[in-house]
Structure formats: structure tokens, C-alpha cells
Design a protein around this ligand. Structure first.
Ligand code: MLT
Length: 278
């Protein structure tokens, strides 16, 4: 069985991460409401070429919450901590949605530890006031004991209509995964997302290539907004997936794996022969 490594830092009593494969490092940061297992369908397609590091963000999966108030900046400290522990100077860092917000914070604070940044259904923009208000209402609902209706209301909307209709078991599975988060962790993550700063300058000044993956049917992160940000870095890679919502690692697993593999290989100068998958 795959071993989980546990590390402790001053701020985080227990950071759990999985390490698989060999070669230069690629780290995959999951979104909300999930844990590192979100990437399970992607990891096997990367391990032949890369050492794949998959943490559970503190407060999710097997990682405990941190000791201090949760912010994306504070959470991003797990990136250098895991790289140090695993013996890597740098990695290609990929983040899904909230994981992308964390990855952007890491790119701002520890740019020397990144050789590439991949934003999967994510955005460098801060929340606008409408989104903030929605988050405040969700926080209120969770605080009053409404974790289950919140998750049951939210998770189906992460998938495209087409996917949801024929894969109700997958939607059910991710509702179940979401329910594993404690109400306290959900509130902490929502607060950190609500308060996160705009990071468009990080993308604009990125000293490494930036990849953008957008879903044509993503109801959370509209593809138009992604495309408007996607040409700002000196080197950008952009993929727009048709018939895909907010969950390419589930909905378009092979395509996302191939795109991540190609991007990481470009950033890390590793030579791999790519067989196109669509
Ligand atoms: C996620 O998918 O990680 C979050 O739902 C993103 C968000 O709420 O902004």
C-alpha cells in the first residue's frame, strides 16, 4: 500500500503527503471540498517521468489544521516544507481551484521553489463582492449546522450537466468526500478563499511558465475569465476543455494527465515522448 509521509512544522502539527514515482518533482494541490485523493486518476500517468508529491491541505484528508489563522499565504508554507522533506529544491506546482489559490500564494512567496505553475480551473483574481457575500452566507449556513445541505447543494454544480446526468455515482462519491471535512475546516477554507488577495501580478511577473486549464461548462471559474488572464505570463500554456465542468481530473482525466505531463516536461526540460490523448 502507498505510504503516507507525515511532517511537522512550527505552524502545522501534521502535514500528510504521498510520494510516488521518480524523476524531478511535480506537486499536485487539491481543491475544496476534497483531499489529495482528488488526483488519484492523474498520478499514475505521471509517475513514470516524475516524482509526484500529493499533500492533503492542513485541515483535510490525513493532515491536521494549523495552529494559526488559516490564510492562503500561511497554507502555502506546506510547499517548501514538503519539498525540503522529500529532498527537492524545486517542483512544477499544480493546483486545482482552491489548490490554485494556494499555489499562487506559494508562487508569490517562494518563487525560487517553482519551475512551473499549473492552474487547473483556478483564477489569479480575488473574489468580487458578490462572491464574497455568497461565501459569507455559506459560512453562516455551515456554522448553523448546515454542512450537509451545503455540500449536497454545492458538489453537483462542480460537474458539467452532461457528466452529472450519466455519472451520478461519481457525483455521489465526491459528495461523500466533501462530507469528510469538518465544519470548522470548511469555514476556515472559505474564509481563506474570501480573504485571499488578487494575484494577477504574480502571473504577470512569473519567472516560470504558467499553465491554465479551463472547462467550457465550469460554473465556478468561467472560461472567459481564465482566457483573459492566460496570456499574461511570458510563457503560457492554455487548454480549454469542451464538455467539462470544474473537475477535469474526474471528467477529462486522460486529457488533463497528458496536459500536465507535457507542461511539466517542458518546464523541467525532461524529454518524454508524448502520445496524444483526447
Ligand atoms: C474549489 O473548487 O476549490 C473551490 O470551490 C473554489 C472556490 O470556491 O473558489
Amino acid at each position: 500500500m502507498l505510504q503516507t509521509t507525515i511532517i511537522t512544522t512550527k505552524s502545522f502539527p501534521r502535514i500528510a503527503y504521498k510520494k510516488q514515482g521518480s524523476g524531478p518533482a511535480v506537486m499536485l494541490i487539491h481543491g475544496f471540498p476534497a483531499s489529495g485523493i482528488l488526483w488519484d486518476g492523474v498520478v499514475p500517468g505521471l509517475t513514470q517521468y516524475f516524482t509526484v508529491l500529493v499533500p492533503d491541505i492542513p485541515g483535510s484528508g490525513e493532515s491536521l489544521p494549523g495552529n494559526e489563522a488559516v490564510s492562503m499565504d500561511a497554507l502555502s508554507a506546506i510547499v517548501p516544507a514538503i519539498l525540503d522533506d522529500a529532498g527537492f529544491e524545486y517542483c512544477v506546482l499544480a493546483g486545482h481551484s482552491m489548490g490554485g489559490y494556494l499555489a499562487l500564494a506559494a508562487a508569490a512567496l517562494f518563487p525560487e521553489r517553482l519551475k512551473g505553475l499549473s492552474l487547473v480551473h483556478s483564477t489569479a483574481k480575488a473574489d468580487d463582492e458578490e462572491k464574497r457575500e455568497k461565501r459569507r452566507k455559506s459560512i453562516e449556513l455551515i456554522r448553523k449546522g448546515g454542512k450537509e445541505p451545503f455540500i449536497r447543494g454545492m458538489v453537483p454544480g462542480l460537474f458539467s450537466d452532461a457528466f452529472r446526468k450519466i455519472h451520478s455515482e461519481a457525483v455521489g462519491r465526491w459528495i461523500g468526500e466533501g462530507m469528510k471535512l469538518t465544519p470548522e475546516a470548511m469555514i476556515a477554507f472559505y474564509t481563506a478563499m474570501l480573504e485571499r488577495p488578487d494575484r494577477q501580478d504574480v502571473v504577470r511577473n512569473a519567472p516560470f511558465p504558467v499553465q491554465w486549464i479551463a472547462g467550457k461548462d465550469d460554473a465556478l471559474i468561467p472560461w472567459q475569465s481564465v482566457l483573459s488572464q492566460a496570456t499574461r505570463a511570458d510563457i503560457s500554456a492554455v487548454s480549454l476543455y469542451k464538455e467539462c465542468g470544474h473537475m477535469a481530473m474526474v471528467e477529462k482525466n486522460e486529457k488533463l494527465t497528458a496536459d500536465l505531463r507535457n507542461f511539466a516536461s517542458h518546464c523541467l526540460n525532461s524529454r518524454i515522448l508524448e502520445v496524444a490523448t483526447t
